[in-house]
Design a protein around this ligand. Structure first.
Ligand SMILES: O=C(CO)[C@H](O)[C@H](O)COP(=O)(O)O
Ligand SMILES: [Co+2]
Length: 216
């Protein structure tokens, strides 16, 4: 299982150091939550922070866009050094066009599904994507409780992927800890985002090791 620490729970005054700690600890991705105060009731940061961190990290930059009109930000994210760009199915009526735009920019394309969105709502675009993010909390804030019903969605997606011979990562995001990671790993998730579990602890490196061990 790949671990994607979310900088939403990092120390914004010491981002460079916090990223370095999780990189040295063996995290594979850096999860970057971009929120616009419209799609979700919270504001974070944009491509400028991606660009600033890119100079200090070789991690895969996994950008989770929680924004309306996501097509507006793809070029800036590409130029800033993003690797994966995720778009909520709920954020655009033109998901196929936006994902195609991401791929045309030589970025990896991800579709993101809220807890209330059925997996099969994304069926038509699954052959196009490199990663599917199943939200295990409602998006907008770190530190929320894992929604247990989402585990069945991960299992449904993993079964569909196998049945249709598709190739994408299955990521989960929200409320991941040493217990919930076992459930999603068992269900077929291949990447786990963890924010508060990693950064709200004294030893983030130890938290990453614990997550990896639990997922095994
Ligand atoms: O997308 C997100 C919130 O919308 C974050 O990635 C997620 O909530 C991580 O935080 P935590 O692990 O503390 O739940
Ligand atoms: Co996220």
């Amino acid at each position: 299982m790949k671990i994607a620490p979310s900088i939403l729970s990092a120390d914004f005054a010491n981002l460079k150091d916090d990223v370095s700690v999780v990189e040295k600890a063996g995290a594979e991705y850096l999860h970057i939550d971009i929120m616009d105060g419209h799609f979700v009731d919270n504001l974070t940061f944009g491509a400028n922070v991606v660009k600033a961190l890119r100079k200090h990290s070789e991690l895969v930059f996994d950008c989770h866009m929680m924004v309306d009109e996501p097509e507006k930000y793809i070029t800036d994210l590409k130029n800033a050094g993003a690797d994966i760009v995720g778009v909520h199915l709920e954020a655009t009526p033109h998901i196929h066009r936006v994902l195609s735009q991401i791929k045309a920019s030589s970025l990896k394309a991800e579709v993101v599904l809220n807890p209330g969105t059925p997996v099969m709502a994304a069926a038509e675009i699954l052959p196009l994507v490199d990663q599917v993010l199943i939200m295990t909390v409602d998006p907008g804030f770190g530190g929320q409780a894992f929604i247990p019903e989402t585990v069945a969605k991960v299992a449904e997606l993993a079964a569909y992927k196998k049945e249709h011979g598709l190739d994408f990562e299955i990521e989960v995001d929200g409320g991941i800890n040493a217990e919930t990671i076992k459930e999603v790993a068992q269900a077929g998730a291949t990447v786990a985002v963890a924010g508060s579990y990693v950064f709200n602890a004294k030893d983030p490196a130890m938290q990453i090791a614990t997550l990896k061990e639990a997922a095994r």
